[in-house]
Design a binder for this molecule. Structure first.
Ligand SMILES: Cc1ncc(C[n+]2csc(CCOP(=O)(O)OP(=O)(O)O)c2C)c(N)n1
Length: 322
């Protein structure tokens, strides 16, 4: 991995971190009303993967997937407007954070039903296989999904049909308020790859280079017809399950230790220590992000809500509700 790759990964991770902080501020100030599932702490996973993906490649993700969406390239203004419920958002303000969809960036669907994205990823990958369009699909999900039936069905079928799909479990050690070890019979999610004859590995998702290397192997395999890979990326979430969660169910000191080892701050230090970028260059990257963010927040807050005429359009089930 080159110094330029490090800088590209940091640029994405820093954009995600600043966006997350600003969302928490704006929500706390009452200017946007939404449940909020912060991905802080997990930034390096999709950042390292996305620098290896093409725009045409697909991802599917979950309600905690803002980092995945930003890393894949969803325009910041449209993301902010959608989460603010405005008509200028990716889904005209009617999907919200749970349903960010922006096909132009390859973000095909965001779901709130645990595990439901994996079979959808298979469908996208099957279409690519039939069309021979060279795309790969990445399915992002949490550790909670590894005990859902859809996970097992999707892995089996992807392996059998050698689909160009990569299953990325972002193992932040908790599913809502339940510890991984209390809900999962295997020690590692990657142990489950063997049951489906699927290459699988556990990596440190907070280590940019380890994540990048694992992603490269998986993407090359998928693109060359070698079929799927399961990657379990170990990480931690900094703000609990949902904003306002007091994290009472965590082990004493666990959260403080994770925050001390902040992966974004560590990557920033690596850039400077190894000379991939000077302190001034890193600060310039961060300042440019802040300016972009200021514009996106202003755009979202000053946009309109969908009109009453518009509000029922594109909404599933309105035929019966009318
Ligand atoms: C099928 C299903 N069962 C239960 C829920 C309720 N639920 C919402 S989030 C969540 C925890 C998921 O944890 P994980 O998959 O580890 O993702 P994380 O939030 O940690 O990123 C649960 C059980 C749901 N949304 N869908």
């Amino acid at each position: 991995m080159s110094g330029a790759d490090y800088v590209d990964i940091y640029r994405k991770a820093s954009l995600i971190r600043q966006t997350d902080r600003r969302f928490m501020d704006v929500i706390a100030s009452g200017r946007i009303a939404t449940p909020y599932y912060s991905p802080a702490g997990q930034e390096l996973i999709p950042s390292a993967i996305s620098v290896l993906l093409d725009q045409k490649d697909y991802i599917v993700t979950i309600y905690r997937g803002m980092h995945d969406q930003i890393a894949k390239g969803v325009p910041l203004k449209l993301l902010w407007a959608e989460i603010a419920g405005k008509v200028t958002g990716t889904c005209k303000g009617k999907g919200g954070a749970m349903h960010i969809t922006h096909p132009a960036s390859g973000v095909m669907v965001t779901t709130g039903i645990v595990g439901s994205g994996l079979p959808i990823a298979n469908g996208l990958a099957l279409a690519s296989q039939i069309d021979r369009d060279g795309r790969v699909t990445v399915a992002y999900f949490g550790d909670g999904a590894n005990n859902i039936g859809a996970f097992h069905e999707a892995l089996n079928m992807a392996s059998l049909w050698k689909l160009p799909v990569i299953f990325v479990c972002q193992n932040n050690r908790y599913g809502e308020h339940s510890a991984f070890s209390l809900t999962t019979a295997v020690e590692r999610v990657s142990d489950r790859g063997a049951a489906y004859s699927m290459p699988a590995e556990t990596v440190d998702g907070n280590d940019a280079e380890a994540m990048w290397r694992a992603a490269k192997v998986a993407i090359d395999r998928a693109r060359s017809g070698g079929g799927p890979t399961l990657i379990e990326a170990m990480t931690f979430r900094f703000y609990g399950h949902v904003l306002g969660d007091d994290s009472h169910y965590m082990e004493e000191g666990e959260l403080a230790r994770a925050m001390e080892a902040d992966p974004v701050a560590r990557l920033r230090a690596i850039l400077i220590e190894r000379g991939y970028a000077s302190a001034g260059q890193v600060e310039a990257i961060e300042a440019a992000i802040k300016a972009e963010l200021d514009e996106a927040v202003e755009f979202a807050l000053s946009s309109e809500y969908p009109s009453l005429d518009e509000i029922n359009t594109d909404i599933y089930g309105m035929e019966t509700a009318a």
